[in-house]
Ligand binder design. Structure first.
Ligand code: SIN
Length: 303
């Protein structure tokens, strides 16, 4: 018998695999392909207090080993989410993580206030979106502003609060300690790495926003390093992500110190990535004599 369940800040997940925000919509489209209750949790697309149209096209560019995006937080707004998406998602048989973004501290707080009493399991505070002019990564760039926004949201949040960090900083452990000290119950990382793509023939940027966020296998080594550093710097749970494509990739993040992992870009390449990676992780455990997935966490041997 294998135990795949984990506890993430008081929320019991049936397995440690979470669909990453922004790569799974609200689960509707993937639900047409397979039973989305196989996920440990689903993190929904970043929600803002008001609806947003996002950035102009092109917003996506494929790169050698990943995807550049500059979506700009397109979403229907928190009210429409609560009305049109959450009732279905809450019955889907998996935990729901509401990813929340905003331009100002008041914006974030207002959106989180609206989630009070709603059937979501965890709120994920997005202070790391690199694709908007105001808010997003601006808040996550310095320990002071990261702590300030975490503490403002903590006051109005009646769910466990997870803060999603940006890798585009000089010392991730400073930011992690700051949000942990300001009341975060968990940390998720890494959001995308800022990059750009150029069309040499036209000498123009591929993305209308010029820069975007890189995800996928190209960033996995950076993500592993930051998850390892962060899990040693704070005592709250860490959720790792960045280029996980296989069950063995997921095991590497758990070994680095992540209590759970998020799968993002893999969903865009293989719509069945979630159930496949779960099967692969289970096989990895069986082949390596690991009966309890939690026993992998933080077991990196550094000599
Ligand atoms: C986006 O909507 O631009 C991506 C969201 C994010 O990176 O947090």
């Amino acid at each position: 018998m294998r135990n795949m369940t984990i506890d993430l800040c008081g929320v019991k997940l049936k397995n440690p695999l979470i669909a990453a925000s922004g790569t799974f919509g609200f689960g509707r489209e993937y639900g047409e392909f397979y039973d989305i209750s196989s996920w440990g949790a689903i993190a929904v697309k970043g929600l803002t207090n008001e609806p947003r149209e996002g950035n102009p096209p092109h917003r996506i560019a494929e790169t050698a080993s990943g995807v550049l995006n500059s979506v700009g937080l397109q979403n229907p707004g928190i009210d429409a989410f609560l009305r049109d998406e959450l009732p279905r998602l809450a019955r889907a048989g998996t935990a729901v993580i509401a990813n929340v973004a905003g331009s100002t501290a008041e914006d974030y707080a207002e959106a989180v206030r609206k989630l009070s009493g709603a059937p979501v399991d965890i709120v994920e505070l997005n202070i790391s979106c690199p694709n908007v002019k105001r808010g997003g990564a601006q808040f996550g760039a310095r320990p002071e502003s990261a702590a300030e926004i975490t503490s403002a949201v903590r006051k109005v949040c009646d769910h466990p609060l997870m803060v999603k960090l940006s890798p585009n900083v000089s010392d991730i452990t400073e930011i992690a300690r700051a949000v942990s000290g300001a009341g975060a119950d968990a940390i998720s990382l890494i959001n995308t790495v800022t990059g750009m793509a150029i069309d040499a023939k036209t000498r123009t940027p591929v993305l209308a926003n010029v820069t975007g966020g890189l995800s996928g296998p190209a960033i996995k080594p950076v993500a592993l390093r930051m998850v390892w550093q962060t899990s040693r710097a704070v005592s709250i749970p860490v959720v790792g992500m960045g280029g996980i494509m296989t069950g063995e990739d997921a095991a590497e993040f758990l070994i680095a110190g992540a209590n759970a992992v998020m799968i993002g870009t893999a969903n865009m390449i293989d719509p069945f990535a979630g159930p496949r990676i779960l099967r692969e992780l289970e096989n990895f455990m069986d082949e390596n004599g690991v009966p309890d997935v939690g026993s992998l966490v933080g077991t990196l041997k550094t000599g």
